[in-house]
Design a protein. Structure first.
Length: 747
């Protein structure tokens, strides 16, 4: 892997050297979060090129009128600078004898150990899984000579989102001899963030009262103090921070309430020790892993990297607030501005609905809570029903896709981003996800309260959107399909088939939709008349009308490039539309999502045709290719795509994850390992299992929830073991053979 980041055993990832020129990869990969509060892994002492970020899920803001709503970078709490006899301690201050930064993904503890000439330092940090508002840091210093250590640490609101400042100056104060508080509001959404820190000093394990000086600067408040430390003595600095916002689900929305909750909670939390708080957090982590772990034997690398993906899946959402989606980078960076895409419904939801159904329910309820703004978007465009935004932030932010992107190589100006206007399939993807969730969980309450209506509203949008030709055929024109290298296309196969599925569902559930303006006649007309491109004489389904007339292009240079998007260095969007080149899986997704509507031969023919024309320039691509290669019997290729997916973030490229990890890719890794290689799907009301493990795997074991029952699977090459840990029977199909597995029983 030739990377400075590696894994040491099943639950440990490790950075073996600090990358001064590219610290951001580790900052993203080693992100700590509980789904509410997130910290990128910046170091306590500052270095160039760092991107310090702290996010509270849901704190979105627009910095300026001409910008879109984005997840706001909160004031920094991590900063902690040490000076020895007046000289700043950092990795340059004296020769480094040993260095190691580890993230224990079993409990989220980050540890950095540095041995330098003259002293050694251990930094530890966690974001509590038990106390969602708490982040804790501990630094331990031991010197080889007597010295004076000066400490400067505080709350620093000078951090921005790549230059955009989201917070007003705010109110800062120092109190209780060692505590700081900053309360400030976002500039346009008016969300108040209350941040407070307490700093305690211990010498050889004994707390000592420190006489702090306080500095208040522009948007920053700092404690400053010095202490004499004898050679061999251990100085410990323990900083606990509490972060609350007026958008917290448990609050009443006011700033006063955020302040009150912050003060009440921190009084209790600040009186506790780092170890005690860590123990509570570890206990919650243990329970999370119990349901979600995937144990692979035979291939250590795959085991470690699948768990690394699971770690990120566990920290990107806590499922406790149904006004929040999942950002394309989770909470690990500013990339994609914290916005949610179809990534959630198609690439992430399967993991949650099978392992933590309550999180899947919260994510779909987020879409439900966005319904009014989706209806508004449809009405503004002259359509009926609900038209969901391509990029989504806070529930009433509406469409948040930015208008301008990277450079157009031909015109030299910024490219207009058209996805917010034209990439419409997300609306059908949401309906698809509702049905998939229902088939897996059997959650009638959700369906009655929200699910049927979501299916009805989305179907009404499509029924009013379809254009009719004189021959009575319905068409979906001027869209962008999943392949974003093609704009303004007509009858994108993926979109049309997914819309058709949406319309069919609405007709199936027509009596339960409970929507006043549901027009059954119009939906039926759309379902019957919508054009669905059929396989041609070679079995190929045309990606969109006119695709077959496009020219082929030699893609070898772009397919082998280290970074994605290099085709933009040679072609602009107008030119790209002339060629058979796609950014990511498009038509091929149909053979996964609607697999049983097509023959295996059609799936194979399309895989062979489209894969070679795809650049995999989106992290959403390889996982799909793995699944389809697996299902069409190309096991070696499937495994190759799986490996490439594993390395999307973990691989040696220093730049690819700088702005955050790829959350959909993490979902795909789970989908490839579990539904993919174990052949798991819900089929005709049964949970079907049909494994084909990669040659290097001896066995795989995991738990899934199906119809409310927890099932434990242990699959080896020749053997499938399933324990129904629930109390009710479930219908299974094991290698095609139907079986009923009673509660408490095993096969
Ligand atoms: C992909 C989209 C995806 C988005 C966020 C884009 O590069 O083309 O399909 O939704 O990234 O992950």
């Amino acid at each position: 892997m030739n990377s400075h980041i590696t894994y040491s055993d099943d639950f440990m990832i490790k950075e073996t050297r600090f990358e001064f020129d590219n610290p951001s990869k580790t900052e993203s990969l080693f992100t700590q979060s509980n789904g509410y509060l997130a910290l990128r892994c910046s170091t306590e002492e500052a270095y160039c090129f760092q991107k310090r970020d702290m996010f509270v899920n849901g704190v979105f803001d627009k910095a300026m009128d001409d910008e879109v709503s984005e997840i706001a970078n909160l004031p920094d709490i991590i900063n902690l600078e040490l000076y020895k006899n007046g000289k700043r301690i950092c990795l340059h201050s004296s020769p480094v004898l040993s260095y190691e930064r580890t993230l224990d993904i079993s409990d989220g503890l980050l540890t950095r150990k540095i041995r330098q000439e003259g002293h050694s330092l251990t930094y530890e940090r966690f974001v509590s899984m038990a106390e969602r508002h708490l982040a804790a840091q501990r630094v331990r210093f031991t010197g080889s000579e007597d010295c004076t250590i000066s400490i400067i640490t505080g709350i620093d609101g000078q951090e921005t989102n790549m230059g955009s400042q989201h917070f007003h100056e705010g109110v800062m104060r120092f109190f209780n001899l060692n505590e700081l508080e900053m309360a400030s509001r976002t500039v346009s959404s008016g969300v108040t963030a209350v941040i407070s820190s307490s700093v305690k000093i211990l010498l050889d394990g004994k707390e000592i009262g420190m006489k702090w000086a306080v500095d208040i600067k522009r948007r920053a408040i700092y404690l400053r103090g010095s202490i004499d430390v004898k050679a061999g003595s251990e100085l410990t600095i323990c900083k606990l921070s509490c972060i609350h916002s007026s958008r917290d689900a448990e609050g009443d929305g006011s700033s006063d309430d955020a302040l009150r909750r912050s003060r009440e909670e921190r009084e209790v939390l600040f009186s506790r020790s780092f170890d005690d708080l860590m123990a509570d957090s570890s206990a919650v982590w243990k329970r999370l892993w119990e349901n979600c772990d995937v144990k692979i034997t035979g291939n250590e690398r795959d085991q470690a990297l699948v768990r690394f993906a699971l770690y990120h899946l566990l920290i990107m959402t806590d499922g406790k607030d149904d006004r929040l989606g999942i950002g394309a980078k989770g909470l690990s960076g500013e990339g994609y501005k914290g916005h949610s895409f179809w990534d959630t419904e198609i690439f992430l939801l399967p993991f949650y609905q099978f392992t933590q159904p309550e999180k899947a329910e919260a994510l779909l309820s987020y879409r439900w809570n966005c319904l009014e703004s989706a209806r508004k978007k449809a009405a503004e465009h002259g359509f009926r029903g609900a038209m969901f935004p391509w990029e989504s932030a806070w529930i009433d932010d509406g469409e948040t896709t930015p208008l301008w992107g990277g450079a157009d190589i031909v015109t030299g100006t910024a490219m207009k981003i058209l996805t917010g206007e034209l990439e419409l399939h997300v609306t059908a993807d949401i309906a698809y996800a509702v049905q998939a969730y229902y088939e897996t969980t059997g959650d009638d309450t959700f369906m009655n309260e929200k699910g049927y209506r979501l299916i009805g509203e989305t179907a009404m949008f499509w029924a009013s959107f379809i254009q009719w030709d004189e021959d009575g055929s319905g068409h979906i024109r001027n869209v962008i399909g999943p392949d974003e290298y093609k704009e303004h296309v007509d009858d994108n196969a993926y979109t049309n088939y997914m819309v058709h599925h949406n319309l069919k569902l609405a007709l199936r559930y027509k009596d339960r939709i409970g929507m006043k303006d549901f027009d059954e006649g119009l939906v039926r007309k759309a379902e019957e008349g919508l054009y669905l491109p059929q396989p041609d004489e070679n079995g190929i389904i045309e990606q969109f009308a006119g695709y077959h007339e496009l020219m082929d292009l030699d893609l070898s240079k772009y397919r082998s490039a280290d970074v994605v998007g290099t085709i933009y260095e040679d072609y602009n969007m107008d030119q790209l539309r002339m060629y058979k080149v796609s950014k990511q899986a498009d038509t091929l997704l149909l053979f996964i999502l609607l697999a049983h509507d097509f023959s295996p031969e059609t799936a194979k023919a399309n895989y062979d045709y489209y894969e070679g024309r795809c650049l995999h320039d989106s992290s959403l691509s390889r996982g799909t290719h793995c699944l389809i290669a697996e299902r069409t019997g190309r096991h070696e290729e499937a495994y190759r795509f799986f490996e490439e997916g594993l390395l999307t973030d973990f691989g040696s490229s220093l730049k690819s994850s700088a702005e955050g990890i790829h959350s959909a890719c993490m979902g795909s890794i789970w989908q490839d390992a579990v539904p993919g290689f174990c052949g798991i799907e819900v089929l005709d009301g049964a949970l079907s299992v049909n494994p084909h493990l990669p040659p290097s795997w001896d066995s795989i074991a995991f738990r899934l929830f199906y119809q409310g029952q927890r099932l434990h699977f242990s699959i080896a090459k020749e053997k499938i073991g399933i324990v129904n840990e629930g109390s009710k029977a479930v219908r299974l199909k094991i290698r095609g053979e139907e079986k009923i597995l009673e509660g408490g029983c095993e096969i």
